[in-house]
Design a protein around this ligand. Structure first.
Ligand code: SAH
Ligand code: SF4
Length: 368
């Protein structure tokens, strides 16, 4: 028996690619808009249900295409309402996605890679090493899959996802094409239709890519800084040896100058590590460093995990660090930890997957 040719997963196509694909089938490009609506606003994956698409085209699509998001393997709910899913991406691997419900919004934190090649000293994901990039379908599939629980936008009874942050596993700017495609789908009026201010890429500072994206991609940018000087940052974020602070901040200034989504300000993320980067002198040095970088500063007390000896600073130390920046005139936010009872907080993703994989498949060691 001859093997069936592999079907095209429409979730792997950006809106532009989907329009090209429709043209390649002899259709008008607006068919792509109809398909996007069905998939991302109604959550429909069965072509037969797409009633405004003519019958013969539906049959043709069903024969050659599929609409497939990663399947949910486990779902956990925190006491504070945070939800975490482990999603199956084949080959015995999983990625994690976290939904953080708040009064006025529903934020989804998605992953862009399996593991991460940057290897920051304090990060659980980085500690696990790098396995592979996620495809577009696997990235946008996380939003789609979470929407099957939170609700799709057409259904007014639900509270659909309103914000997406690329702060899960991986470095988004080292997986550029799929990440850009995902942003297009998140922003498209025919798909998730999110405001550009509500889509955030968080980066450890891939300076040339930030520069390249200036004026080409307009979403909110967050820079993971974590240190006020190169000597310390080199030890925490190894990528700093390649792209030191001054070069990264230059690139960031260029990006935000050409962006509307950022309202002129980048978000600086700073994970506070007890006795490492949370001293008063370091706070003062940070205030000085950022003087000519329009920004708001997000302080994230370290979330402990079993692969790291770093410690979370006391509330008192966090407060003192905060006060220096506040007195220097910065907008500073202390990020509340959400979902740490289910290991869903920043930097905690991946560990449980590894353990769960072990339990599920009896594999002694799985690289994520
Ligand atoms: N790779 C990107 C995005 C994913 S990490 C980046 O580094 O920006 C998202 C955020 O979680 C980053 O700011 C990262 O520094 C932070 N983070 C990683 N491990 C953490 C931990 N254990 N506790 C608190 N924040 C952590
Ligand atoms: Fe990668 Fe971000 Fe973790 Fe650093 S903090 S290892 S860049 S996921």
């Amino acid at each position: 028996m001859s093997e069936q040719p592999q079907k095209t997963n429409l979730m792997n196509l950006s809106p532009r690619e989907l329009a090209d694909f429709c043209v390649s089938l002899g259709e008008k490009p607006f068919r792509a808009q109809q398909l996007l609506r069905w998939i991302y606003q109604f959550g429909v994956t069965d072509f037969e249900q797409m009633t405004n698409i003519k019958k013969d085209l539906r049959a043709k699509l069903a024969q050659t295409c599929e609409i497939r998001a990663p399947e949910i393997v486990t779902q956990q709910k925190s006491e504070d309402g945070t939800m975490k899913w482990a999603l199956d991406i084949g080959g015995g691997q999983m990625v994690e996605t976290v939904l953080i419900p708040e009064e006025d919004r529903n934020t989804l934190c998605i992953s862009t890679q399996v593991g991460c090649p940057v290897g920051c000293a304090f990060c659980r994901t980085g500690y696990s090493g790098f396995n592979r990039n996620l495809t577009l379908g696997e990235i946008i599939g996380q939003v789609w899959r979470a929407s099957t629980v939170a609700g799709f936008s057409h259904n007014e009874e639900h509270k659909p996802i309103s914000n997406v942050v690329m702060m899960g596993m991986g470095e988004p700017l080292l997986n550029l094409r799929p990440v850009m495609g995902a942003c297009e789908i998140l922003l498209s009026d025919y798909a998730f239709a999110l405001s550009k201010r509500r889509v955030t890429i968080s980066t450890s500072g891939v300076a040339p890519i930030i520069k390249k994206l200036a004026g080409k991609l307009d979403v909110a940018l967050a820079l993971s800084l974590h240190a006020p000087d190169d000597a310390l940052r080199d030890t925490l974020v190894p990528l700093n040896k390649k792209y030191p602070i001054a070069e990264v901040l230059d690139a960031v200034r260029e990006y935000i100058a050409k962006s509307n989504a950022n309202c002129g300000r980048v978000t600086i993320e700073y994970v506070l590590l007890d006795g490492v980067n949370d001293g008063l002198d370091q706070a003062r040095a940070l205030a000085k460093l950022l003087r000519d970088v329009p920004c708001k500063i997000n302080l994230i007390p370290f979330n402990p995990h079993d692969s790291s000896d770093f410690r979370k600073p006391s509330g008192n130390r966090v407060e003192r660090f905060y006060q220096v920046l506040y007195d220097a005139g910065y907008t500073v936010i202390k990020r509340a930890t959400r979902g740490d009872d289910i290991s869903a907080a920043c930097g905690q993703l991946a560990g449980q997957v590894k353990d769960r994989l072990k339990a599920k498949n009896g594999i002694a060691s799985v690289q994520i």
